[in-house]
Design a protein around this ligand. Structure first.
Ligand code: GUN
Ligand code: ZN
Length: 428
């Protein structure tokens, strides 16, 4: 069987950032078809042209459906899959009550395998083709996740969570074991197939200064790795960081002082930032990751998307499963829109779709590989039905253009809107 395919529909790609223009939709292009072969996008254009150029390709005609890059979820905790939507706590109590007891179970490789498979099945069903995940302190949790993603041919980023204080007995590593275990996992997985390693100190409250220093040294020794952590999510957390690091100028300084601020750094949440922190993040070209369903669910605050974009920050979008209350990047875009509304800065559908694809890919430094429908990029695609339920269909029928139609699916859609998913040029 040939591995050349043509997908016909409304093919969405971006030729720039819809945040960099007065008319966001002008950053987007819609064409009739995309051709894929050997895992890559080979052409985008008119259907007649592609049909002529690739006569042997199998045709998948999606009519009016929207074909775009697979969603990229730039901050998740796959081990929290089974405790998603746990009621009533704010960050620190939520971690202690729900998260840490569940993460304790991932020293068991069989359990880690089971949840890795469940998580990747659920997210693929929601149109997500790449994720950047925290694992647990257990190296087994990383092996399980990379093994599952590798078998699916997926581009993913993951790393062993490091924490040597303020976590329960049995869920702590040490300065030395965090370094050694992470280094061994980098050697085993980083750059293998479509897998990349992220050095992963959970957040400064759960690492001693000595551990942060060791992790900083590990990153310096492995500069092609990403580094992911949490920053300024809740005000109580920030006060705690001030107590734990009395000499730090601010929360970011607890990372910066130990070599944990850089262009390949990913800072989840980044809600309550000081001017100095914003300046330093921008100067380094570090990435901020907005996790809107988490921020409303755990009650963290309202991310300043418009202000941060205007000052030139690099920003990705993420579910933060299971602090986030959904596996869906559609639901996540809807929550980002709602937070924008609460700040008086509504986001356009083109901006939301860009954030969930190219924006997150750019945060992960994969902008030349995934997140857009452009020849040469890896063929990770999602086909969205813009009339997937009666409620959405009746609204889409009244839409004046593709953006109005897509917006109804962003606000009201779920996995029923995801009619096909392609990973590495293969339909899943
Ligand atoms: N801060 C430190 N760990 C976590 C986590 O697991 N989830 C969220 N939302 N915030 C965190
Ligand atoms: Zn998180």
């Amino acid at each position: 069987m040939s591995n050349a395919h043509i997908l016909r529909g409304q093919v969405l790609s971006f030729q720039g950032s819809p945040f960099a223009t007065e008319a966001p939709q002008e950053a987007a292009r819609l064409r009739e078809a995309v051709a894929v072969q050997d895992g890559k996008i080979t052409a985008v254009g008119s259907f007649d042209d592609l049909r002529q150029r690739f006569p042997a390709a199998a045709l998948h005609d999606h009519g009016e459906k929207l074909i775009l890059a697979g969603f990229v979820d730039a901050h998740v905790h796959y081990p929290q899959t089974a405790i998603i939507a746990s009621w009533g706590k704010r960050l620190i109590d939520w971690l202690n009550s729900y998260t840490f007891p569940e993460e304790m179970r991932f020293g068991d490789r069989a359990y880690a395998d089971e949840i890795s498979a469940r998580y990747l099945d659920l997210t693929a069903a929601h149109g997500t083709t790449t994720v950047c995940s925290y694992c647990t302190i257990h190296p087994e949790s990383v092996d399980a996740f990379f093994t599952a993603a590798q078998a699916r041919g997926q581009r993913v980023v993951a790393g062993k969570t490091c924490m040597d204080r303020n976590a329960p007995e049995g869920l702590q590593d040490t300065v030395q074991s965090a370094y050694d275990d992470s280094a061994a996992l980098i050697a085993r997985w980083h750059g293998v197939d479509r897998l990349d390693y992220a050095i992963t100190p959970r957040f400064s409250p759960t690492s001693t200064p000595e551990q942060l220093e060791a992790i900083g040294a590990l990153w310096a020794a492995n500069p092609s790795c990403l580094m992911q952590t949490h920053l300024s999510e809740q005000t109580d957390e920030i006060a705690w960081v001030k107590d734990l690091f009395p000499d730090a100028r601010d929360y970011l300084d607890t990372y910066e002082a130990f070599g944990l601020l850089g262009a390949r750094g990913l800072y989840g949440h980044a809600i309550h930032l000081e001017p100095r922190e914003r300046d330093r993040l921008r100067e380094h070209g570090a990435a901020l990751v907005h996790c809107p369903t988490s921020n409303t669910f755990i009650g963290s605050g309202l991310f300043d998307m418009a202000g941060l974009m205007a000052e030139g920050q690099r920003i990705g979008l993420a579910t933060d499963t299971g602090g986030g209350s959904s596996f869906s990047m559609l639901r996540t875009m809807a929550a980002a829109y709602e937070i924008g509304q609460l700040r008086g800065t509504p986001l356009h559908a083109a901006q939301l779709l860009w954030l969930a694809t190219q924006g997150s890919a750019t945060a992960l430094r994969f902008e030349d590989k995934i997140g857009n429908v452009v020849p040469g990029m890896e063929a990770d695609l999602v086909v969205l039905d813009l009339a997937s339920t009666p409620a959405i269909a009746q609204r889409a029928a009244r839409a004046d253009d593709i953006w109005e139609a897509a917006f109804a699916t962003i606000m009201m859609g779920d996995d029923r809107a995801v009619s096909e998913v392609w990973i590495g040029g293969r339909q899943v």
